[in-house]
Structures are given as C-alpha cells and as structure tokens.
Design a protein around this ligand. Structure first.
Ligand code: SF4
Length: 379
C-alpha cells in the first residue's frame, strides 16, 4: 500500500547520494539467518547443535533486545557455542545499498532482500523503505513484497507486477539495519506489496516487534494496511493486535473496481461488514486511506457514500494527495476539494485528516514505488 514511497528514479550502482552505502555486502549464501526466528525455533536450533535450551533465550535477547549484527557479539555464549552457531548461521542483516534524502527530512533507502518465493526463481531483488521524521514522531514505511499482485490503477508498484514475497527476516531487516532505528516511534506496512498477501511473514514480524521476548513495542505503534483480502484480513484481525488501515479510494463498487481490481475478490462493503465485527473503540485503531482524484471521487456525493458505508464503525479517514504517474490518466484533487471532503466527513462524526505529502522531491511521497529496474540490473 505504497502511500509513502514513489518510483525510484535512480539506477542501481549509480550511488551518488550517499557514499556511505556504496558497499553492498551480501549475506553468505551458505549460511542461514537467525533474524526472524522465534524463541521456539531458536530452542530447536540450539538443541540440534547440542547446546543447552537456555542458549535460545540468550540468542533471542541478543537479536531482539540488543540488536547485534554478528554472532561474535553474543558474548555470553561460550566461544565454542559461537563457533558452532557461526558454522551454519549468521544474524543475517543486510545494510541498505543506497539512500536519497529529501529536503523535508524524509529518507528513502534501498534494501537488498532474499525473498522466500519468487515469480521465476530469481534472485537479486531490492525494496524501498521510507523513513519519515516529523516533529515528535519518526515513522518507517516498510515493504513486504517485491512488486505486488493487486495491480491498483494508480500505483507504480502494481505496474511492476509481483516478483516475490519477502521473508520475515527481509522485512525485519528494514527496521534492524536502518541507520535511524533508535529514533523510530511508528512502523507502517505501507511500502511495496499487499501485507495480507504475505501474511505469515507480516504476522511473524508484528509478533517479534510486540512480544515480551522481542522488541516489546506497543501494538499501537504499528499499522498494517490492506486493500481487503478474503480470509487473510480476518486472520490478521484475529491474530494481530496492531492497527489496521484499509485502502478505500472509492465508496462505489464500480468505480473502486476500476481503480482496484481487488474489489472483485472482496468488495469494500464486505470488508467493512467484517471490520464491524471487531472492537475499535479502545486500543486498536481502524482507518481508511483515501486517495483524492480531482472531480472523480472528491465530490459531495462521495462524502455521503463514505458516511453511509462507515456508519456504526469506529474509525478515521486519511485523505491523501494523488501524485501523478506516467501513462495513468487520473487527475489530482486540489486543496479546496480535499478540505471540503474532510470538513463534510468530520461534520458527520468521522475524524478525517489530510495527510501531508512527504519526500516528493526524492519520489518518496505517497504513491508509487518500483524496484523493477534495480531487481533485474543486478543479475
Ligand atoms: S498495487 Fe495496490 S495493493 Fe499493491 S502496493 Fe500498490 S496500492 Fe498497494
């Protein structure tokens, strides 16, 4: 749900933005990654290597509390156990290979990823991750797939098609290896890909981020977006306490179908009916993302339809500016229309904000992220 990032305009290995990231040190392909493993899995792992069970807890602490990048740093493990572990495993972090800095402070990183399944058994993939500092908040927008299958009309990631699912380690690495990791206050799954289409990995990451044995973040700091995917969205709502953000973009079935083919598999009415079965009146929040297209979905008719659809659901709406992309004939809305829609929804009891565009000068604003070029230039 690529609302923060927009098409990458730099080419890989033309690394003129930040010499710091010129070196790309890929993981050792002979070794497996510890990153992303749960305590249960770590326990089985250390057991298979003949180590005592409590070693699993120590390793989990080094990974998820102390954020070490090498097994050598796990100093309360004996030298022999570190060597045993290192023979087959490594922490598995990968540094970003490039970054672009916006004049507004937004930073877009390019991360290498391994992927667990890919469209054509290919390797050499990358995703973009956007760091957005804003007064007392610092949000990270992470990606969960290379490309996307959902093919939303307004989205450059959709144009890229789907190339692969990120592993939990790939997703976690975008946080772990972020230079600004200590500043983070929030994480949104709104980069490349549909989170429900890679749900096992997404749930594993949200668990690691919020578990007592993990990063111990409050679920209130994490928002996972979705177009609405049958069965998967329900599973997410049942299994994760994190916030959910639904991509609405139109309250009308026919128009939403044109904008978002996913409407066919799970119509918005059905998504909202499902959401109404859950409690969003306390800790957990439900929001709707709404890109405004001038004259198309920002008139009073749409305000009325949104109010009708959302009646009885505790939620908020975020209005988003559309950033035009090549070969897509959709107009951007203007400030006046967006403010009128916001005021209408607010007057009818729906908390509505207009999201500020960030990182437009580095193509990291709301809309369109694509790493198609990078992923294939590296073969
Ligand atoms: S194609 Fe649609 S679902 Fe996929 S990343 Fe773009 S906006 Fe999100």
């Amino acid at each position: 749900m690529n609302y923060y990032a927009i098409t990458t305009k730099f080419s890989l290995f033309t690394l003129h933005f930040s010499p710091k990231f010129i070196t790309f040190a890929p993981m050792n392909p002979q070794k497996k990654r510890l990153l992303g493993l749960t305590p249960t899995e770590l326990k089985a792992l250390v057991g298979s290597l003949g180590m005592p069970a409590f070693t699993a807890k120590q390793v989990a602490q080094w990974l998820y509390e102390k954020h070490v990048k090498s097994i050598d740093e796990m100093t309360n493990l004996s030298k022999r156990n570190r060597e045993l572990l290192s023979a087959e495993y490594e922490v598995g972090t990968m540094e970003p290979i490039d970054c672009q800095r916006s004049k507004d402070g937004t930073i877009k990183y390019l991360f290498p990823v391994c992927c667990c399944d890919t469209a054509a058994n290919e390797t050499g993939f990358f995703v973009e991750t956007v760091f957005i500092p804003d007064h007392d908040r610092a949000t990270l927008c992470v990606s969960c797939q290379v490309g996307c299958k959902m093919n939303c009309l307004f989205c450059q990631t959709g144009k890229q098609g789907w190339q692969g699912n990120l592993t939990a380690a790939d997703i976690l690495n975008q946080i772990y290896a972020l230079p600004e990791v200590d500043q983070l206050t929030n994480i949104v799954f709104m980069g490349q890909g549909e989170p429900m289409d890679n749900l096992d990995a997404v749930l594993r990451v949200t668990e690691i981020m919020t578990a007592d044995w993990g990063w111990q973040w409050s679920p209130k700091r994490i928002t996972v977006s979705s177009v609405g995917v049958r069965n998967k969205l329900k599973r997410f709502l049942d299994e994760s306490p994190c916030h959910v953000a639904i991509s609405m973009h139109s309250p009308l079935h026919e128009q939403r179908l044109q904008l978002m083919p996913a409407e066919k598999a799970m119509p918005l009415e059905e998504t909202i009916a499902l959401l109404k079965e859950y409690d969003f009146t306390h800790q957990r929040r439900c929001s709707f993302e709404y890109i405004c297209f001038g004259g198309l979905n920002d008139t009073p008719l749409y305000g009325r339809e949104i109010v009708r659809l959302l009646e009885g659901l505790e939620c908020r709406v975020n209005l988003i500016r559309f950033h035009e992309i090549p070969n897509v004939d959709l107009p951007a809305s203007d400030e006046k229309r967006m403010e009128a829609l916001r005021d209408y929804l607010t007057a009818h009891g729906i908390t509505t904000t207009i999201r500020a565009s960030r990182g437009q000068d580095i193509f990291a604003a709301c809309g369109l992220l694509s790493t198609a070029h990078q992923s294939h230039q590296t073969h």
